[in-house]
Design a protein around this ligand. Structure first.
Ligand code: ZN
Length: 338
């Protein structure tokens, strides 16, 4: 009960990549880089275990960014053809690769780090993949000419990858869909069907992480414009509630999301974000416990999974793992009182 978990990404060690950056440069190359990614994955698993996290993740140590890490092993994408474009409805600009042909996998993308993670923990293992709508929003397209069609093409390759991850012993495959908090009408029109295609036939637990983004300036500035109540989830949760996805995340700590919106997720597991990823201040266990207790008014304890608001990749390792320890301690406080 109240099994703790993380949204996904964790800081990379300074010997592997630049620290406290969202798009860091690798500090190793060739075989040393491949070995370093595996070592960092095992380290991230062990640090999560030491912090008391019950459902651990690979920490996305083997990818430079949660979207482009998956794209790197696909055919149909020209990484040399970079386009500067506004993403997340122009919230920020990113230099993105271009789709120039049919999307296909060249082979397994994340097999090596998934195997390493599985071999080094007896705890439940979560593995994250970018959701189809979010990929579509983070790439330029010169081939499909239609966002929904492109999303379904990505969903097919995501599904192949997800099935392999499940076969390797991954317990939870989570699709990250921050775009679900941006293109509200399109979620119902084609975003959700693309996500369900990505999750089709999976025998492991499936999850979707929807958030207000990493704790970077562009996101913090955006959030400042969203008014007193952030009600985006109110439109998406009823759509997700009807889907086959098992678990859904939402941001609760230091957010203006009305907490009662999680009541729209009846029958789903709810990952309650009790850790702010935009603040360097480490929550106290009591603050975590207060967030979880507020959530218990809407979600039964067996369906509540204490979690972080979003990924922790761009913050310092010391703060990130301090926050995870606080998450575990806060969950323990609530468990004791139940
Ligand atoms: Zn997120």
């Amino acid at each position: 009960m109240l099994e703790t978990t993380v949204a996904g990404s964790l800081p990379k060690p300074g010997w592997l990549a630049e620290t406290e950056r969202l798009w860091p440069a690798w500090r190793l190359e060739g075989e040393a880089l491949q070995d370093g990614k595996i070592d960092a994955t095992i380290l991230a698993i062990k640090l999560q275990e030491d912090a008391g996290i019950d459902i651990v993740s690979d920490g996305e140590q083997a990818r430079i960014h949660f979207v482009h890490g998956f794209l790197a092993n696909l055919d149909g994408i020209d990484f040399g053809k970079k386009t500067m474009m506004g993403i997340r409805a122009n919230r920020y600009k990113a230099e993105v690769p271009t789709v120039t042909g049919p999307i296909r996998r060249k082979g397994p993308v994340h097999e090596a780090e998934a195997r390493a993670a599985r071999a080094h923990t007896a705890r439940k293992l979560k593995f994250t993949l970018p959701g189809p709508m979010t990929i579509v929003d983070t790439i330029a397209d010169e081939h499909y000419g239609d966002r929904a069609a492109l999303a379904h093409a990505f969903a097919e390759v995501l599904n192949e990858e997800a099935r392999e991850l499940a076969a390797l012993g991954v317990d939870i495959v989570q699709f990250d869909e921050p775009a679900f908090n941006v293109y509200m009408a399109e979620v119902a029109q084609w975003g959700m069907s693309a996500l369900e295609r990505a999750a089709q036939g999976l025998t492991c637990t499936t999850a979707v992480h929807i958030c207000y983004g990493y704790g970077i300036k562009a996101n913090n500035d955006w959030k400042a414009t969203l008014g007193a109540q952030w009600r985006h989830y109110e439109q998406t949760f009823p759509v997700i509630a009807k889907s086959r996805i098992d678990q859904v995340s939402l941001e609760c700590r230091n957010s203006r999301v009305p907490i009662e919106l999680m009541g729209l997720l009846k029958g789903k597991d709810v990952m309650v974000g009790a850790i702010d990823v935009a603040s360097a201040q480490i929550e106290t266990p009591e603050e975590v416990a207060a967030t979880l207790r507020a959530a218990l008014a809407f979600v039964p304890p067996e369906r509540l999974f204490p979690c972080t608001n979003c990924g922790l990749a761009p913050i310092s390792s010391k703060i990130a793992y301090g926050k995870l320890a606080a998450l575990a301690k806060g969950a323990a406080l609530v468990r004791k009182s139940l």
